[in-house]
Design a protein around this ligand. Structure first.
Ligand code: PLP
Length: 401
């Protein structure tokens, strides 16, 4: 089907929730996407931080095909292949004795974490129902996660959203100390805020959160939907900090393109959920778990140019940030590993979306955020040559402005 036909059908029959670009991608492989004319693009967004092992990763494709041809679905009333093994691997990566609930998306994983924290609170700290979240955070688009998201404009059109969330300012330790108390059951944070432009939380701030949680009997929930699955050069973003989250949530890179989300909680908190408390028809199904298990196993064992995936991501991210910082016209380069953001010094002359559009034209996919920020979330199997190509393209566009 031609791009024009796809556009006509989408415009008439699909709700208008995304402003789509007029590009007709038909195939992906590793770092590359190909359009219907055979033009190659380097994908520096990988879905939105989803294809951490690259497009059409062989191991993941095989695992999905094999499982779907044997048994695509069986209800959560029964045991299925891959689920327990996947949970075991995730708990090992998490680093504490824990258990996993499987969902289908990031928002659904956060909903699960919110429900778990609330029920834990009713049993262990009955006066506390408030969940603190951070300004400019993003936790999803359901009514609870849109209320949790620290961008009130996103919730206003859908009022009344769920009560019980209080937003505090990222990195403001005084406000944190004044706010966290007897009415607080949990704090939900991203250690690096992705959706608003890649803003890492200060170490001292995150570590103070951890201390205050221990003092006030408050659960620390880390939303690793975007920063998890080796994106930042560690299995999970929280592992850059000296903290011990009680609950973490995952999705995006977990299934390398196959939808799956997860809530991982310490045993004593996870055991709050009893049969009937929470569930999902599709969550933890055999195909999703096969995809995620193949993803996680590769991530834990693969080597790229002689180093582990984590080391590769860390050093390539550092290299990319150095190169970006060397381009005049770019300022405030930030992030960890291959979760990278930067700002444009003169966004009146060249806005982020103008740069993203010009890059798309040249064959590079990046994400513009607002007027001045660009986010890069390439597949983690990205190489130095891809970074060099992107830097060259950015440099050429900025130089001609
Ligand atoms: N949490 C974070 C940190 C995210 O970046 C996102 C999506 O961008 C979500 C939650 C929501 O995930 P999903 O779109 O899979 O519901």
């Amino acid at each position: 089907m031609s791009l024009v036909s796809k556009q006509l059908l989408d415009n008439q029959y699909v709700m208008n929730t995304f402003a789509r670009k007029p590009v007709d991608f038909v195939r992906g492989q590793g770092m590359s996407l190909f359009d219907s004319d055979g033009k190659e693009y380097f994908d520096f967004l990988s879905g939105i931080g989803v294809l951490n092992l690259g497009h059409c990763n062989e191991g993941v494709v095989e695992a999905i095909c094999e499982q779907v041809s044997k048994l695509a679905h069986v209800s959560n009333y029964f045991h299925v292949e891959h689920r327990g093994e996947l949970a075991q691997q995730l708990v090992e990566l998490y680093g504490y004795a824990g258990k996993v609930f499987f969902a289908n998306s990031g928002a659904e994983a956060n909903e699960g974490a919110i429900k778990l924290a609330r029920k834990w609170g009713h049993e262990h700290k009955p006066e506390a129902t408030t969940i603190l979240t951070l300004g400019q955070s993003f936790h999803g688009r359901t009514l609870a996660t849109v209320a949790a998201t620290g961008q009130p404009d996103r919730a206003v059109p859908f009022a009344p959203v769920m009560p019980g969330f209080k937003h505090i300012t990222l990195n403001d330790i005084d406000e944190l100390e004044q706010t966290m108390g007897s009415d607080t059951v949990a704090i939900l944070i991203e250690v690096i805020q992705g959706e608003s432009g890649v803003w890492p939380a200060a170490y001292s701030y995150v570590e103070r959160i951890d201390q205050l949680c221990a003092e006030h009997n408050v659960l620390l929930i880390v939303d690793e939907v975007q920063s998890g699955m080796y994106r930042t050069g560690r299995a999970f973003g929280f592992q850059h900090y000296d903290i011990q989250p009680d609950i973490i949530t995952l999705a995006k890179g977990l299934g390398n393109g196959y939808p799956i989300g997860a809530v991982i909680a310490r045993d004593e908190i996870a055991d709050t959920f009893q049969p009937g408390d929470h569930g999902s028809t599709f969550g933890g199904g055999p195909v999703a778990c096969a995809a995620a298990l193949a993803t996680v196993q590769q991530m834990r064992t693969m080597s790229i140019e002689g180093v582990s995936l984590a080391q590769h991501v860390e050093s390539l991210g550092e290299y990319a940030r150095e190169q970006l910082a060397g381009i005049s016209g770019i300022e405030s380069v930030r992030g960890e590993g291959l979760m990278i953001g930067f700002s444009l010094a003169n966004s009146d002359a060249l806005s982020a979306s103008a740069l993203a559009d010009a890059l798309l034209e040249t064959g590079f996919i990046v994400n513009a955020i607002g007027q001045e920020h660009i986010r890069l979330l390439p597949p983690l199997v990205c190489r130095k040559s891809h970074i060099d190509a992107l830097i060259g393209a950015i440099y050429a566009i900025i130089a001609t402005e």
